[in-house]
Design a binder for this molecule. Structure first.
Ligand SMILES: [Zn+2]
Length: 427
């Protein structure tokens, strides 16, 4: 006989729902049942939690154990419930006083050795806990700074289950080496975290990391293109840059976030929550307070662009660009289905992803910058040029960008090659 309960948070998109985790021990054949709409990754939590408890010096109860997650109607996925499940079990077996567990929200994955591993989405989870009136959260130590962005909540960052047991049982807290594991790998190519100078792109797109200080003033010449970028930033207009390769389209787009207004506190938390669910926040400086810039490669899949994936759904490029800039270089090279998928966020400011366990909604209100060459070879010009593309190929190339997507673009700017004389004037 024994019963304990504690809390954790289920994420649906960037919305968190506080979930009660109950553990019940009855005499009988040793068994471990998990109930309450868990997905596959959560079912695996049984084995992780058992190993972690045993390897943290705890005793695994040799009784009939049932762990329930409620409300059962909320779909639950991912590994973030491990810590709460372990503590509920230890409460039911009276290793920890069940009374200290009731008012705490616990978020974290457990390694088999009992280390607490990072999970995605700590910020939205802690926001949900605070909204529901909880005042204490336990998170992986590397996510403590992120959790502390939420006002009015006390955050305990732990490195291992052993440490947490000691804190809750009011015993001396053992030392643990810092976690060597990094953040979960980002799925997306071409996202650069503002302000960190760190590129998380996976496909080696050859783009320079976005750094604060990238400034429009660095751009030589390009007067009309610069004016176009400024008007886009001031009025929130989508922009289409057309010009030959090497004319500076990427350089102009990269400088757009720097002239957008700084994010308000509320907007920062909104953007940070999306990047948290994507697992992309740098541990040291978790708050994203400048407009993000996301430049997916033209080979990006539908999932990379709009979001999805196993377990806790990941936001796609359109959401990682929320309140910032989405740059589609060589737009005609993107798949037509992928480009069509942009219509929903452009109209409504969010994306809805259908999944087996229900729908997930992510915010996606961004300033879109499209870029294209004038023709497949890039050398075509109205004023005569070295282009050798057949006219039909040029028409086909330009037609890929037609219709509903271009209808949303207010500004179309020709970007020309900078001439030698413009460069020398500057020097
Ligand atoms: Zn050509």
């Amino acid at each position: 006989m024994g019963f304990a309960r504690t809390c954790s948070v289920a994420l649906v998109g960037v919305e968190g729902v506080v979930v009660e985790v109950q553990a019940d021990l009855e005499p009988g054949v040793a068994a471990f049942t998990l109930v309450g709409l868990p997905d596959k990754s959560l079912t695996e939590s049984r084995d992780r939690v058992r190993a972690a408890v045993v390897n943290s010096g705890g005793e695994w109860p040799q009784k009939k154990l049932t762990v329930g997650l409620s409300p059962a109607s909320v779909p639950k996925g991912g590994s973030g419930f491990d810590l709460a499940v372990a503590c509920a079990v230890l409460g039911a077996s009276e290793r920890i006083d069940p009374r200290v567990l009731c008012d705490i929200v616990m978020i974290g994955e457990l390694g088999l050795d009992g280390r607490v591993r990072p999970v995605r989405g700590v910020l939205p989870a802690v926001l949900a806990a605070a909204d529901a009136g909880y005042e204490q959260v336990v998170v992986p130590e590397c996510a403590a700074a992120e959790a502390s962005l939420v006002p009015g909540i006390s955050v305990l960052g732990v490195r291992s289950l052993r440490q947490l047991i000691a804190v809750l049982a009011d015993e001396p807290v053992p030392e643990e080496d810092p976690d060597q594991h990094g953040r979960p790998d980002p799925l997306l190519a071409g996202l650069r975290m503002p302000g960190t100078g760190a590129s998380t792109g996976m496909h080696g797109m050859g783009a320079t990391p976005y750094e604060q200080g990238h400034d429009l003033a660095d751009v030589v010449g390009q007067l009309s293109a610069r004016a176009g970028v400024e008007v886009a930033a001031a009025g929130g207009h989508h922009l289409f840059l057309q010009g030959p390769p090497g004319a500076g389209k990427t350089m102009l787009a990269e400088r757009l976030p720097a002239i957008l207004p700084r994010l308000s506190r509320g907007e920062s938390l909104e953007v940070t929550a999306v990047h948290s669910v994507a697992g992309l926040l740098p541990p040291g400086k978790p708050l994203v307070d400048v407009a993000p810039y996301c430049a997916p490669h033209h080979s990006a899949t539908m999932q990379a662009l709009v979001g999805g994936g196993q377990g806790v759904a990941r936001p796609g490029a359109v959401s990682l660009a929320h309140r910032g800039v989405l740059f589609l270089d060589e737009t005609p090279e993107f798949g037509s289905r992928v480009l069509d998928a942009l219509r929903q966020p452009l109209e409504s400011g969010h994306v809805v992803i259908a999944r087996s366990a229900g729908v997930v909604r992510f915010p996606a209100r961004f300033l879109m910058v499209l870029a294209a060459n004038p023709c497949p070879c890039g050398r075509f010009s109205e004023r005569g040029s070295a282009c050798e593309c057949p006219p039909s190929a040029i028409r086909r190339y330009q037609a890929r960008l037609s219709g509903p997507l271009l209808d949303r673009v207010d500004l179309r700017v020709e970007v020309d090659q900078v001439t030698r004389s413009q460069l020398t004037v500057r020097m």
